[in-house]
Design a protein. Structure first.
Length: 160
């Protein structure tokens, strides 16, 4: 457990950052009045997500490996971090869906049918629901984390 203490810490930070981001989206109206912009603006989440992954890897390098971390060690650390974030994703999505923004799914379902993205409410409901989002966020968290780590470690690793 001591070996992954930093990864656990940063997974918790990442989860809290995600919840704050979703709260900001809601407060800014992206889950209601300005839902048409949500599809585009929510992608800006990649910026703090990448930043947190990089900070976590730098923390691991400095405080666990004493400033000397190989690409493989960093990759393993990033994969562990990504796995922990992925494991926390269903809970994070539950908090978002049922506590922070319970109106998001009804709003996005209604709007997606209005603009013709889906032909029927049933089609929209099949896509926009907690179960689907929980599964997708879990898979995406691990894949995005792994890819981010693989690229970031090119620059963070100790060069010999």
């Amino acid at each position: 457990m001591k070996n992954i203490k930093i990864e656990i810490k940063w997974a918790i930070f990442f989860t809290l950052m995600t919840l704050v981001w979703m709260l900001l989206e809601k407060v800014c109206g992206l889950h209601g009045k300005y839902i048409d912009y949500h599809l585009y603006l929510t992608n800006l989440f990649a910026i703090p997500a990448i930043l947190f992954m990089v900070l976590a890897l730098k923390d691991k390098k400095k405080n666990f490996y004493n400033g000397n971390m190989s690409y493989i060690r960093g990759l393993i650390s990033g994969l562990v971090l990504s796995a922990i974030i992925a494991l926390l994703s269903p809970l994070t999505q539950w908090i978002i869906s049922y506590v922070i923004s319970p109106e998001y799914f009804p709003n996005v379902i209604k709007r997606s049918v209005e603009i013709g993205y889906y032909k029927t409410t049933a089609e929209a409901e099949a896509n926009f629901n907690y179960k689907n989002y929980a599964i997708n966020s879990t898979i995406f968290a691990f894949i995005f984390g792994a890819v981010t780590t693989a690229i970031a470690m090119i620059f963070i690793r100790t060069k010999k």
